[in-house]
Design a protein around this ligand. Structure first.
Ligand code: FAD
Length: 305
């Protein structure tokens, strides 16, 4: 790669890819293909979500365990403490450990009654992610990543309170934060300034969501407190019947976002893949992040764009 930004680096920014547990045989096959395609970019780790949409630990365990068995990618398991006692969390952690998990993305999770319900800690459970991080660290010296919210978590009173919660998670042992998705890099830049001013030094890794489906993204953004700028909607709305044109816009917007973040000094990216490789690999190719085809995870031919 002749890009001067990457001079002296073997392959540009560090990468991680997030997947969710597949819900059918067909989806499992697709995820296998996605992981194979994205492995070519030699991610630092991949992660598998936990418990969202009412699922249990089983699908996450099965997916993480398959990745660890069939690839040489480090796989992190997301883990939530909602609705579980500390003893139940410890039992789940034992199962993940037994298949080789050493890295958790530690989260509180959303209330069983849905994202709008008030969160009630389980009796004998962890009240929030900071407590969960401390609990995990008391079990073993796991690598722990946590969440961060450039536009603040919907339950937080204000950004200062939100950053205080991030600080507690770091003090408990988290060494990386993965952000909720955002589309306006100014949100990230302002948030990062405040995080650093609060004395938090861990990497705040931007979560990048290439837009597969604008309607879904808008709905989810409304629930999790992220905003979708009007200029994004304006780009997609005329393309309702043109999936290829929508994909081209999604690639252009995410590549521009990543370029902008690299210009701000970001050296690590987390991609919400939606279990698909095409948009993510096209974005990485567009930004000039090389595939590590020489590596053992590399593929002989290029990823489909
Ligand atoms: P926390 O960091 O604990 O904080 C959430 C809110 O709780 C705070 O904003 C604050 O309002 C309140 N709070 C926390 N601690 C205190 C305190 N000490 N005093 C007062 N108030 C407090 N969900 C899933 O179900 N499964 C997943 O796999 C998953 N993966 C995710 C990955 C990423 C990168 C992100 C950003 C989110 C993910 N989520 C996942 C969503 C997450 O579970 C929800 O956003 C949830 O509402 C908050 O979890 P948290 O770990 O961010 O909570």
């Amino acid at each position: 790669n002749s890009d001067p930004r990457y001079a002296g680096r073997s392959r540009g920014p560090k990468l991680s890819f997030e997947f969710f547990p597949p819900r059918s045989g067909e989806a499992e096959q697709l995820l296998g293909e996605t992981i194979e395609a994205l492995a070519a970019y030699a991610p630092d780790f991949v992660s598998v979500t936990y418990g969202a949409g009412g699922s249990t630990r089983g699908p996450t365990l099965a997916t993480v365990s398959r990745i660890l068995r069939e690839t040489s990618l480090p796989a992190a398991a997301h883990l939530t403490c909602v609705g579980a006692t500390k003893a139940e969390v410890a039992a789940v952690v034992d199962e993940f450990r037994a298949v080789g998990v050493r890295h958790f993305v530690a989260l509180r999770g959303d209330p069983a009654g849905g994202i709008d319900a008030a969160y009630e800690p389980s009796p004998d459970g962890y009240a929030n992610a900071a407590e969960l991080v401390a609990g995990l660290k008391a079990i073993a010296d796991f690598e722990i990543s946590v969440s961060a919210y450039p536009e603040k978590h919907p339950e937080s009173r204000d950004v200062a309170a939100d950053i205080d919660i991030l600080k507690r998670k770091v003090d408990a042992g988290a060494t990386r934060a993965l952000t909720q998705f955002f589309f306006d890099n100014d949100h990230y830049a302002r948030y990062l300034d405040r995080v650093r001013a609060a004395g938090i030094e861990i990497p705040i890794v931007p979560g990048i969501l290439p837009v597969h489906n604008l309607g879904q993204v808008q709905k989810f953004a409304g629930l999790c407190g992220a905003s979708v700028p009007q200029w994004i909607a304006d780009r997609f709305e005329p393309l309702a019947d043109r999936p290829e044109a929508r994909a081209a816009v999604a690639i252009e917007l995410a590549a521009r976002q990543v370029d902008g973040l690299i210009a701000l000094g970001v050296e690590e990216f987390h991609f919400y893949t939606m279990n698909r490789s095409a948009l993510v690999s096209a974005v990485l190719d567009r930004v000039g992040i090389e595939r590590d085809d020489a590596g053992k995870q590399g593929r002989a031919e290029g990823a489909a764009a």
